[in-house]
Design a protein around this ligand. Sequence first.
Ligand code: GTP
Ligand code: MG
Length: 343
Amino acid sequence: MADKKNLRTPIVCVMGHVDHGKTTLLDKIRGTAIVSGEAGAITQHIGATEVPIDVIINKLGDPRLRDRFIVPGLLFIDTPGHHAFTTLRSRGGALADLAIVVVDINEGFKPQTYESLQILKRFKTPFVVVANKIDRIGGWVSQKDLPFAVTFKKQSEDVQARLETKLYEVIGELYNQGFAAERYDRVTNFQKTLGVVPVSAMTGEGIPDVLMVLLGLAQKFLEANLHYSAKGPGVGTVLEVKEEKGLGATLDVILYDGTLKKGDTVVIGSLGKPIQTKVRALLKPRELSEMRYESKFKQVNKVTAAVGVKISAPGLEGALAGSPIRVANEDTLDEIVDQIKSE
Ligand code: GTP
Ligand code: MG
């Protein structure tokens, strides 16, 4: 087993069609209400939220599970489902170690559901499918925050049958897209078969199950990717270039490998020559808060992957969203500038 201290937090991207409930699902996981603050409840930017492992274990309701997982936490990335945001979705997909595809069980597959699956297929990203809004199935009696198996047992036979029918439509669609899938509690090997978790992001039913499947995937991911570590020079992607009062142009970055420190020299992709600059300040959103909406950032001297962080530095005006950012030193500077030029 690798040194636990240097394990990297896996990045989990939440994808799917507009209004199918991605942000609501994340709200439920972190215990916030971002959706209600969004214009027309439409997500327009990529957001990032760090959820520590203790918060997740707490939702699972069994502290003994703490020792089973080496995962330090999960960094969730929310993406917009609106058709106009294909680039943002691919950017999220490219960053993801794991993903959640959210589909409204009553509406079934829609254009951006297919698109999300294509992106994940292209990047070979392991994912779980969330069949959301089960509370809207006719006759469903909601049982707040309970695991799926428990709430399912409490439904009448008719309602159970209705859920199964809709669920197998989702599973059939996945099959048509080239994925073997099954209700998650009927999956024996998650490497071979996709798990589909029936959920209500609104009532919280099935949320513990989603988290359990995700932790399982995260564990497998970490075991296979221990070479990614929170040590070594930082590597990341620019999500957004933002003008901030008193700071000028800043970058919202997802650091997906290594460490980034105040004072580090970084190289960033731009339309022209790559930008070389020194990090003046690192601003971290609070745990469980969404980077897009955070106003109270904490100044830190150092961050380790994977993490969402705002960078303040001179000369960031020309930086491009979606471009790479890398920490360099005297020895590696030329090589890294060349690398970024060609990316
Ligand atoms: P975009 O970010 O615009 O792509 O949408 P989204 O996928 O993030 O959907 P969002 O979470 O904003 O939810 C859309 C609407 O569906 C909101 O009005 C939510 O309250 C509602 N909703 C989400 N999940 C559920 C659910 O499980 N049950 C019910 N009844 N409504 C839900
Ligand atoms: Mg959203």
